[in-house]
Design a protein. Structure first.
Length: 87
């Protein structure tokens, strides 16, 4: 599985995913999780670092024309509790 395909200090993880609409049309998406705040109103927002991450993603997509879109999400910290697995 292609994981962590974007090499950037603020890319926590990245992968390729597929979006399928109700008619069966597909869109290939480069997904990136970042430790950066993406909210421009956040006092911790770092425009230069966000711009650098976007540039890295755009450069990757430029070399891989089968990718249609890029999604960058802020990594959500916190734990997940698993209460049961299977039966």
């Amino acid at each position: 599985m292609d994981q962590d395909i974007i090499r950037h200090d603020n890319a926590i993880s990245s992968w390729i995913t597929l979006c399928v609409d109700r008619d069966g049309a597909t869109t290939t998406i480069l997904m990136i999780e970042t430790d950066l705040s993406l909210n421009t109103e956040d006092p911790n927002y770092q425009k230069d670092n966000v711009d650098s991450l976007v540039a890295a993603a755009v450069a990757y997509v430029g070399e891989h024309p089968h990718i249609d879109n890029i999604e960058i999400e802020q990594f959500r910290q916190g734990s997940l509790d698993v209460t049961s697995l299977g039966d």
